[in-house]
Design a binder for this molecule. Structure first.
Ligand code: AMP
Length: 435
């Protein structure tokens, strides 16, 4: 059978590689981005992980370089996290498997020796986080004067994470005459300025699904009284055979608690991934989950963004995300291209209005489902009830400025001094906890 990518007139070695990857029909973003990118134009792609964006830029990149050269890197791919850089490198290795081209993957948090050795051995493509590239450049380990193509993947994340100064420094050290491909999951106004800075008359391409939950994700929410009952729910569904589950928490403290609980009840079934984990531990956790060695990956929004893992059967929002973007990102981890999946949001009484607001804003059908009868209602954690009451109070105050609040008045001690607030059920930081 003919591979749909043959229409792009790319050489057989790449078609064979795509066949080996089981990829035969271009996704929408690939359909729209590959032709202008092959023609040498700048491309602004609005597409998230799961849309096939990586191949949308790697394929034209590889098709243009074609074979290994003696010189220095011809292309730089910038990514906001080490995990994403590793993932892009993995796709590159599959795509370039039938060629002699080499890509080097660079990221911080680990020693430089291996990366420097890889650079010295020569490569055509550098896939890197911004900080490590500048670091290695400043010590003379990487030569960038032959770069002809610059890719910025998850440009919105890079901006959010404060990488702009580094990105600007990189622009200063690579040749002005080059092709730029910029991909971003969202396109807020600030991104327009960034696009103006990095791109020259770009062709703008967008995946139609952008901003909408993937149709094939079944979305449910379950009212759950408290943290411990949520743990009971998790254990119940894992015992019941949910296969590959990503569990999202708001903070890394909560992620730690959840993973420790699961490790105690179901030893060897879980890994945890958050921003406080060391580099190797994060990559190992991802690999173990990707390879199916563990059933569950517990994580936070920040550290798992952009991660592509095939075949996630269920996403559990153990805590409701703060933003619609985070919600979309989380549920997009399941039901990747051509597959189905379920996203279940566990909401305590303070979170119930939040998930309903997200559903309404998205126009999504998030179906209320009751807690299974087999899951026992566990007692609150110390201070949890007050925290929920406080959150509900805040919500009411926001909605109605004349609302006096039931909770805060009760908190006053007879002597008039405010009672010390108890530590949060989520590790003491209900808001702004580290992710
Ligand atoms: P990405 O959005 O680049 O992270 O890709 C998400 C997932 O889709 C990866 O696992 C890719 O291997 C896969 N993929 C990319 N392009 C296609 C395609 N045309 N058909 C099927 N799967 C694809």
């Amino acid at each position: 059978m003919k591979n749909g990518f043959e229409a792009f007139r790319i050489t057989r070695q790449f078609i064979d590689a795509l066949d080996a990857m089981g990829i035969d029909t271009p996704t929408e973003i690939q359909d729209k981005a590959i032709v202008p990118a092959l023609a040498g134009q700048d491309v602004l792609g609005i597409a998230e992980t799961g849309s096939g964006k990586t191949l949308a830029y790697l394929l034209p990149l590889a098709a243009k370089i074609k074979y290994a050269r003696e010189g220095h890197p011809l292309a730089v791919v910038l990514a906001p996290s080490k995990e994403l850089a590793v993932q892009i490198h993995r796709v590159w290795c599959s795509l370039a498997a039938n060629t002699d081209m080499r890509a080097v993957c660079l990221y911080g948090g680990v020693g430089k020796k291996t990366q420097v050795a890889a650079l010295e051995a020569g490569c055509e493509v550098v896939i890197t986080t911004p900080g490590r590239l500048i670091d290695l450049y400043s010590f003379g380990h990487v030569f960038l004067r032959q770069v002809r193509t610059l890719v910025l993947d998850e440009a919105d994340r890079m901006m959010e994470m404060g990488f702009m100064p580094q990105l600007r420094s990189i622009l200063e050290i690579i040749p002005v005459k080059r092709q730029n491909l910029l991909f971003s999951a969202t396109f807020p106004e600030r991104m327009e300025h960034m696009a103006g800075e990095f791109l020259d008359f770009p062709v703008r391409v967008e995946s139609a699904e952008h901003g909408k939950p993937v149709e094939s994700v079944i979305q449910q929410w379950v009212p759950v009284p408290n943290f411990r009952t949520k743990l009971g729910f998790l254990r119940h569904v894992l015992d019941g055979g949910w296969e590959r589950v990503m569990v999202f928490c708001r903070t890394r403290d909560a992620a730690e608690r959840v993973s420790k609980y699961l490790e105690r009840r179901r030893p060897g079934s879980v890994r945890v991934l958050h921003s406080n984990k060391g580099q190797h531990s994060r990559i190992n956790a991802l690999d173990a989950f990707r390879e199916g060695e563990v059933q569950v990956l517990v994580t936070t929004d920040v550290s798992s963004r952009g991660i592509d893992i095939a075949g996630v059967s269920h996403v559990v929002n153990f805590e409701i995300p703060k933003t619609i973007e985070d919600y979309l990102h989380r549920i997009g981890r399941t039901a990747r291209i051509n597959t189905e999946g379920t996203a279940v949001s566990l909401a305590n009484p303070a979170e119930a209005p939040e998930i309903l607001a997200i559903a309404e804003a998205l126009g999504a059908d998030v179906v209320r489902t009751e807690l299974p009868a087999a899951v026992e209602q566990a007692p609150d954690l110390p201070g949890e009830r007050q925290e929920i009451a406080r959150a509900l109070d805040m919500m009411k105050r926001k909605a109605d400025s004349t609302y006096k609040g039931a909770f805060h008045d009760k908190q006053k001690r007879p002597g008039g001094a405010k009672k010390r607030q108890s530590r949060s059920a989520k590790g003491g930081k209900s808001k702004g906890g580290k992710r």
